[in-house]
Design a protein around this ligand. Structure first.
Ligand SMILES: [Zn+2]
Length: 371
């Protein structure tokens, strides 16, 4: 395990109750004026109150930007930048799901380097140093805390811009399984299946390497064994701890090996129809696994020597989580397939899919996801 984690830029503080140490950790990292970036649901769950208390007890000046929404856009980033500047923030804390952590990274780009979010679309575009940041996930899902990428959407086109920079990586991630106790069951299932999809897709991409494969494998074994227990009983502390660790490792695997066609197909479903990211990814995943193995290859060999068994296992997980298994269950009109496929073919992640795909192949994958 330590050999794997040593490849990560982000140090990890893991364990029940570790969240209470947020203030002391921020202070040790040189914070003076902290901006906490989060969403309204987290404010209601009282995590924000605990965080600000911990920061203030450490002698730090804390302000809160609670205006993040799902799939954050440049508008959310701009609003957060305004608060950061008014507070003269010198340190950031992203507290919540992937949206809050991504938005925090987005704010960091603009506060320190100026310009527009689109200026940082791509890799390593920031020229000036960025603020130090701690990420605290409250869902076991995106693993954004392990990544140097901020996914920020254009508010008009809904195009997701992946803005990555080594300087945007978090100094620390606090992984406290007590925080995921407050996830509503549907959120736990949707974000959990997203983490599963990260483990599976990273294991198959063209960029997979021995390090990423090790992370994908570790992530998969934790998520595969804990998912059903975690969605059945949210008070199962051991299952929630495994989900949080699995999601983090899968997020770290993305940093090495990117994602594939399930994420490419999911993005237009979210952008056009507002389908929650994890639900969209979950519906597409078994079909993408089958499609990628239909030519007799098995890019997922690190996880299973039988791709059909892997696809069936994924379908069982969807069922256990009460998640839709067909696009028709998500009210996707069949007539939309060619438009969806055209947009999916333009997604960055499609370029890392193990089997070469264009709009025609993706139409085929969407069609199978209806039945
Ligand atoms: Zn995802």
């Amino acid at each position: 395990m330590p050999t794997v984690l040593s490849h990560s830029r982000t140090r990890v503080l893991f364990g029940p109750g570790k969240f209470a140490g947020l203030g002391a950790l921020a202070k040790r990292e040189g914070a003076g004026r902290v901006l906490l970036i989060t969403d309204p649901g987290i404010v209601r769950a009282e995590h924000v109150e605990r965080a600000t208390r911990s920061l203030k007890n450490a002698g730090l000046a804390a302000a809160v930007f609670g205006g993040v929404a799902e799939n954050p856009t440049t508008r959310h980033v701009d609003a957060g930048v305004h608060v950061a500047q008014r507070h003269r923030a010198d340190f950031l804390v992203g507290l919540g799901g992937g949206s809050a952590m991504d938005c925090a990274k987005g704010i960091n780009f603009i506060v320190t380097n100026g310009g527009l979010m689109s200026d940082y679309w791509g890799v390593d575009k920031a020229t000036r140093p960025m603020l130090r940041m701690i990420a605290v996930p409250t869902t076991a899902g995106t693993g954004s805390e392990a990544q140097s990428f901020a996914l920020i959407s254009d508010p008009v086109t809904h195009q997701k811009m992946a803005c990555g920079d080594v300087k945007a990586a978090c100094r620390w991630a606090i992984l406290d399984p007590e925080l995921t106790l407050t996830q509503p069951p549907r959120v736990a299932a949707a974000s959990g299946i997203d983490a599963v999809a990260h483990a599976v897709e990273t294991a198959g991409t063209t960029k997979r390497n021995p390090v990423s494969l090790e992370m994908s494998r570790l992530a998969w074994s934790r998520l595969d064994s804990a998912f059903e227990r975690a969605v059945r009983d949210r008070r199962d502390d051991a299952a929630r701890a495994d989900m949080l660790m699995g999601a983090h490792l899968a997020g770290a695997a993305i940093e090495q090996s990117m994602l594939g066609a399930a994420h490419a197909c999911a993005n237009p479903l979210t952008a056009r129809l507002g389908i929650v990211h994890g639900i969209a990814v979950g519906v597409m995943l078994p079909h993408v696994v089958r499609f990628n193995c239909a030519n007799g290859e098995n890019p997922y060999a690190a996880l299973s020597d039988d791709p059909e068994r892997l696809a069936r296992r994924l379908e069982r997980l969807l069922e256990a989580g009460g998640l839709p298994r067909r696009l028709s269950d998500c009210r996707v009109p069949r007539g939309m397939i060619s438009d969806l496929a055209r947009e999916a073919a333009q997604q960055w992640t499609v370029t890392f899919n193990p089997r070469l795909v264009g709009a025609a192949e993706l139409s085929e994958v969407y069609a199978t996801a209806f039945s």
